[in-house]
Design a protein around this ligand. Sequence first.
Ligand SMILES: [Zn+2]
Length: 320
Amino acid sequence: MLQSGISLQGVMAVPSVLVVAGTHGNEVNAPWLLDRWNQDPELLNSSELTVNPVIGNPAARQASCRYIDRDLNRSFRADLLALDGDAPRPLEVVRAQELIAAYGPKGRVPCQVAIDLHSTTAAMGNCLVVYGRRPVDLALASLVQGSLGLPVYLHEADSAQTGFLVESWPCGLVIEVGPVPQGVLDLRIIRQTRLALETCLASLAAAGQAEPRYPRSLVVHRHLGSVDLPRDQDDQPRAVLHDDVLGSDWRPLRSGQPMFDGCSSDPWPASPQSAFDGGIPVFVNEAAYVEKKIAFSVTQREVWPVLGDWIAALAELMRG
Ligand SMILES: [Zn+2]
């Protein structure tokens, strides 16, 4: 797996890639794949890149839960990362600091790119998640979307959700594969994870070469906001998602369509018009987001031209 990059100008170090699985301890398929890959390097084509596979949250994996103290994938916030050894630190903050010290761009094994492998319980299939609008991330997402046709969920401008792992590396991408229940191994999910990861690595390798094949445009589903279930004074749900919404990931919401069902003889009142009308739901009834009080998130589909600046930025990064 370990390869050196050689350019026409001489021997140059092609940037190393960090591949993280099990950032959430109950998403078990990608960690299983990485374990197998460690034993059998032929299992997965790394496109001759130097790849460092790591389990994100081994303690949570051991305990078969998403996290121990707090969500690791919300723990890469500057204020948390700045906590020093004298302060009481949640286990995941310590782990985030360890990962950056080991594999961050200035770490002991410096990596310039982080690929973070996740799974979803929502019926949304597979997708890529990009945080914000860094040109290198958009370039990489364009190449992978051009190869696999995966939708891209662009998560930005959400003050309630910050501190994502890949943001601590110069370039990063999340691969979400599903649907699969938490804690369940599934051969199809393992194969889809492998395909998406191989395509990502091939895209990174190609990005530093002479003529990577970029699509003309990138289709993104830009995050607009999230919707919670209606709740009573004890904070319990008064209604559940209507079956028109269940499983409707990636399909536009119709104005006035029923969102909730209270399972009573009276139909639940139609939702008032909102900024989300015509929006496209994702992560509908995602198990991991119950604790975050997110019944689904709403996005807007946008088509962006693939810019020369993105291509140049990723080429520069991958040429080392
Ligand atoms: Zn996850």
